[in-house]
Design a protein around this ligand. Structure first.
Ligand SMILES: [Zn+2]
Ligand SMILES: [Zn+2]
Length: 159
């Protein structure tokens, strides 16, 4: 197990070094199947990447009403708003990504350092928003994605 972890982290480091840096201008997803849509910021690009090009995603189920969320921030916001509590279940569950598009060997951009610093400043300026993943997928919203998800989940859970 340890051996595998070591190999995996070496592979990750190698891939990290291969990744192009975000050009800081509206840019397409490098995956051909994603077409012409431009992403204005690294955070909106990386949010797209985690929605479409990761085989597994995190899912958060509200313990009070069983509503499902795909972003931790949405989940905690829902609980605060609807139930006035935040349950400790903030780890989420890993589930297969129904929207997955195989990137076919294409690597995602990595953050330009300047944007990382800006995101960090922003994060420090908004106390209470401490649950930010390392890819900072929280600054933009993708309502279409949520709607698709919500509908799928709704249909399934209705039986
Ligand atoms: Zn894409
Ligand atoms: Zn709820």
């Amino acid at each position: 197990m340890d051996l595998f972890d070591n190999v995996q982290s070496e592979v990750d480091e190698f891939l990290e070094a291969q990744r192009p840096t975000w050009p800081n201008e509206p840019t397409r997803c490098p995956v051909f199947a994603c077409g012409e849509q431009l992403y204005r910021s690294f955070s909106s690009f990386s949010r797209h990447w985690s929605q479409k090009h990761k085989p597994d995603i995190q899912q958060f189920a509200c313990v009070a009403c069983h509503k499902l969320f795909y972003r931790r921030n949405d989940y905690t916001a829902h609980q605060r708003k609807k139930h006035a509590v935040v349950s400790p279940n903030t780890e989420g569950t890993s589930v297969p990504n129904e929207l997955y598009i195989a990137p076919g060997g294409v690597l995602p951009y990595k953050a330009d350092l300047r944007e990382k610093v800006a995101a960090k400043r922003k994060q420090l300026a908004t106390p209470g928003e401490t649950l930010v993943s390392h890819e900072d997928t929280t600054t933009c919203r993708d309502q279409e994605f949520d709607d698709q998800r919500g509908e799928n989940v709704f249909k399934k859970s209705k039986k």
